[in-house]
Design a protein around this ligand. Structure first.
Ligand code: VGL
Ligand code: ZN
Length: 271
């Protein structure tokens, strides 16, 4: 079956680069399934010699790319998500205030917890971030408009709402990175300051898997900040939830992240 698939792929110019990789690499069954789902919606583009005009999409992870170079490189990388020692898991702001019952609840935010718990044991290096605001933080609005710059008070340092979700397995000695501590500065992303990047580089980390809350605020800015600092970044989509206001905002964010070179994957692909 493996050979048949490789043969089918080899027949297509489009997959020349990929098929040679298939032949050289022992692929897990899951990876093959993944690859079989790849579609080329534009048959004409398939014949084109201009690789950049080729359009790929994968129905499983919804990743999209163009050609086998540039953005298409993401496609190659996303096929192999085996966790190595150079990988870190980043758990962004999985705190009570961002879950149902909290002051700034993300819809179904608590659902990320079992998914993240299942990922934790696969990584040897894990960082938990916290939104960690002083009581007079500039992002608090009164009354809040529930938008950037005007949130209800949330994750106030030491408050119950600032605690990690109870079921999250942070372990005995978690590495915690606090952000949003300056009263006069919003800090959605964890890579705005050099500290976290420096720590990860010091540990030899080159690839970061991002999970947590909320997809279109702190998760997004953290992922983009990591890309800017030169890390390879994967976002584990089912380990994230967002604030979908206006409707479609979360999907728009995923597109933006793909555009920036972030691989969108599912926790089932991370091995
Ligand atoms: C966040 C809004 C305000 C987040 C933090 O963690 O995504 N969102 N502060
Ligand atoms: Zn905040």
């Amino acid at each position: 079956m493996r050979e048949a698939l490789a043969h089918r792929l080899r027949k297509e110019d489009l997959y020349q680069g990929l098929s040679s990789i298939i032949c050289r690499t022992t692929l897990a069954a899951k990876t093959l399934r993944h690859k079989q789902q790849m579609t080329v919606p534009n048959k004409e583009a398939n014949k084109s010699t201009d690789k950049d005009s080729l359009f790929f999409s994968c129905e499983i992870c919804l990743n999209q790319g163009k050609g086998l170079i540039g953005r298409g490189k993401n496609l190659l990388e996303m096929l192999i998500m085996k966790v190595e020692s150079c990988d870190a898991l980043l758990v962004v702001d999985v705190q009570k205030d961002f879950c149902p019952g909290g002051s700034l609840p993300v819809e179904d935010g608590h659902e990320v917890v079992p998914v993240i718990n299942a990922l934790l044991y696969k990584f040897s290096f894990i960082v938990f971030t916290r939104d960690w605001h002083p009581p007079d933080h500039c992002s608090f609005g009164d009354p809040p408009k529930f938008e950037d710059g005007s949130w209800p008070a949330h994750c106030v340092q030491g408050s119950e709402g600032s605690e990690f979700c109870e079921e999250l397995n942070v372990g005995e000695t978690p590495i915690i990175f606090d952000k949003g501590v300056d009263p006069n500065m919003e800090e959605y992303g964890a890579f705005g300051r050099p500290d976290l990047g420096d720590l990860l580089r010091e540990k030899g980390i080159t690839r970061i898997f991002v999970t947590g809350l909320a997809t279109n605020y702190c998760v997004k800015n953290t992922a983009l900040g990591a890309v800017k600092q030169g890390f390879q970044v994967a976002l584990v989509a089912d380990a994230c939830r967002g604030i979908d206001i206006p409707p479609g905002a979360v999907n728009e964010t995923l597109d933006e992240l793909r555009e920036a070179g972030v691989v969108i994957c599912s926790s089932t692909e991370v091995e």
